[in-house]
Design a protein around this ligand. Structure first.
Ligand code: SAM
Length: 288
């Protein structure tokens, strides 16, 4: 039987919350609203703007941009996943949104739009899923009108707290190996999740011809008590879009049995402890 790959819509609506308590889920949703508002504020929307939300997913940015533009201009919902566009169309229909919107199935590496055709590009957590960031950023530059603005947010996963930083090396006989593997996973140049940081994003924007670039790097710290039951889902939940789970990425370097043992040992090590995790992200703004 072939494995059914979950759709982006399934991930956005369900899977990403699957290991969270109701409280954590609500916190995440509130955080998403804050990120959405900051991206749109940075985009400095003006009446009659033609705006494209690339990798719109379930329309987090695009629907709010539509509210802000008050039916002036146009909002283009674009995604390479048709299931996301279907979901956005359904929401639009339910909300009676018919005018000033367009839905296009297209890939950020080859958008197929005319040169100089949009005033504003917004995105959240899209380039993190795309291997070739420079080609994508050149494409964004190509479709923007001269003077147009781009505002987006990306998690900088490679700079996040690593598991090996949370544990006592003395409790893990193969600590050095585990550390080496996690380090490799988190700086893998062939993995879109980890092949970039704020510095390379800036270099790519400059190479593509953007100006007035500003990158605001955020470090968010979350401190919370861990229970053993949280560890396995951390390792088994995919980052979406068919990306390998952390367990699968460990298994690219270590036998499954060793990875399973590591997960078990982490459960013992972290159960009942309060940990602080740092997550880095970047708000990027630039003009053509
Ligand atoms: C993490 S989701 C973010 C969705 C939405 N922007 C949000 O903030 O809720 C990533 C989205 O990027 C889309 N995506 C992934 N690779 C893409 C590509 N190469 N071109 C266009 N969209 C892509 C996925 O289909 C998915 O909807």
């Amino acid at each position: 039987m072939s494995k059914v790959i979950e759709t982006w819509t399934q991930w956005l609506k369900n899977s990403r919350f699957s290991y969270m308590t109701e409280e954590q889920k609500n916190q995440t949703i509130n955080w998403l609203m804050l990120v959405r508002d900051k991206i749109l504020e940075n985009a400095k929307l003006q009446e009659d703007d033609v705006l494209i939300d690339i990798g719109t997913g379930t329309g987090l940015l695009a629907f709010e941009a539509y509210n802000k533009l008050k039916e002036s201009g146009k909002v283009i919902f674009s995604d390479s996943a048709q299931d996301c566009l279907n979901e956005c169309k359904k929401i639009a229909q339910d909300c009676g949104i018919n005018n000033n919107v367009e839905f296009i199935n297209t890939d950020v590496t080859n958008l197929g739009l005319e040169n100089d055709s949009v005033d504003v590009i917004v995105m959240r957590s899209v380039l993190v899923h795309v291997l070739d960031k420079l080609t994508s950023i050149r494409e964004l530059h190509r479709i923007l009108k001269p003077g147009g603005r781009i505002s987006f947010f990306e998690p900088i996963i490679k700079s996040n707290t690593k598991y090996y930083e949370l544990i006592n090396p003395l409790n893990f006989p193969n600590y050095e190996k585990l550390k080496e593997v996690e380090y490799k996973i988190m700086s893998n140049p062939s993995d879109p999740l980890t092949n970039f940081d704020s510095k390379t994003l800036k270099e790519n924007l400059i190479q593509a011809g953007f100006k007035n670039i500003s990158i605001d790097v955020n470090i968010e710290k979350s401190t919370y008590p861990v229970s053993a039951s949280m560890i396995e889902p951390w390792f088994n939940t995919s980052s979406g879009g068919g990306a390998q789970s952390l367990k699968q990425r460990f298994m690219n370097y270590l036998e499954e049995q060793i990875v399973n043992q590591y997960i078990k040992d982490l459960e013992t090590e972290l159960d009942g402890k309060t940990i602080t995790l740092e997550s880095l992200s970047a708000y990027v703004y630039a003009e053509k």
